[in-house]
Design a protein around this ligand. Structure first.
Ligand SMILES: Nc1ncnc2c1ncn2[C@@H]1O[C@H](COP(=O)(O)OP(=O)(O)OP(=O)(O)O)[C@@H](O)[C@H]1O
Length: 259
């Protein structure tokens, strides 16, 4: 997709709060990222870009490199080659904590919550990580994520759908410029997934950060994303309109294991 067409798509989805305004460097840019694990090349030179108020869906068959890419962006993995830039500043060599303080916030495939702490305390941890520099106080995030009524509940006592929302609230309290959502619908039922979809759009409208989402629920990803990037065997196979992705033969073949 051309940059102009991409901006147009972004603007149309951001319509609830006005168009995305291209200004300076994008929140997130990845250039030529290579990541190897022993004999496996998980990423073979991937570029990625996510703009302010843009939702980018990262899709691809199992083992195509999606989580590895997210881990390289957030600093869980060191990259072998390439660059990760946050608002134009290279952060490739920085540890994950430093990246989080600078605004790369994320959720994980497997929840990483403090189960013995309350909902409020878990979200406060996110706020503390940025020394209270968050855009809003903790109660506002609880309200946005519809967690107010369970603010004082111990997290491990709550149903899984609530726990997923707590993780999202904690990430938001960390003042994201870039929000990385790794399989946020995993383990959710249809009703909870529909609610999550609505919440992701609300977060984009209210927070205005760039959002990168991975999920195996294609209806969720294509429904919520302004643009998708399809990976296969560590390379980008397609990048553009979510509705067009699965009309591309190469993408269909990759999903069917025929490439
Ligand atoms: N820590 C690791 N050590 C060794 N190999 C790894 C490691 N993490 C990922 N890989 C390999 O890198 C490749 C990409 O894996 P990755 O988990 O990023 O794919 P994915 O697209 O997220 O898959 P899925 O959709 O199944 O979660 C795979 O071949 C995988 O086996």
């Amino acid at each position: 997709m051309s940059p102009a067409a991409s901006e147009a798509t972004i603007a149309s989805k951001a319509g609830q709060t006005g168009p995305a305004l291209p200004e300076g460097s994008p929140p997130l840019e990845v250039r030529g990222l290579v990541k190897r694990f022993a004999g496996v090349t998980a990423l073979a030179g991937v570029d990625l870009r996510a703009g302010r108020r843009e939702i980018l869906g990262l899709v691809g068959p199992n083992g195509s490199g999606k989580t590895t890419l997210m881990n390289c962006i957030s600093g869980v993995h060191r990259l072998d080659e390439g660059q990760v830039l946050l608002q134009g500043e290279e952060i490739s060599g920085r540890p994950s904590r430093a990246r989080a303080r600078q605004g790369i916030c994320r959720t994980f495939q497997n929840l990483k919550l403090f189960g013995e702490l309350t909902v409020w305390e878990n979200v406060q941890v996110g706020a503390n990580a940025v020394g209270g520099r968050g855009a809003r106080p903790v109660p506002d995030w609880l309200d946005l994520l519809r967690l107010g009524p369970v603010a004082d509940a111990v997290v491990r006592s709550l149903p899984y759908g609530y726990q997923r929302r707590v993780e999202l609230a904690r990430a938001l309290a960390g003042a994201p410029e870039v929000l990385l959502l790794d399989e946020p619908a995993a383990g959710l039922n249809d009703e909870e997934t529909a609610e999550l979809r609505e919440l992701v759009l609300t977060v984009r409208a209210e927070v205005g950060c760039a959002i990168v989402i991975i999920d195996h629920d294609m209806d969720l990803v294509t429904g919520v994303s302004d643009r998708v990037q399809v990976l296969d065997e560590g390379r980008t196979l397609f990048e553009g309109d979510p509705r067009a992705a699965f009309t591309e033969q190469a993408v269909v073949d990759a999903y069917l294991g025929e490439s």
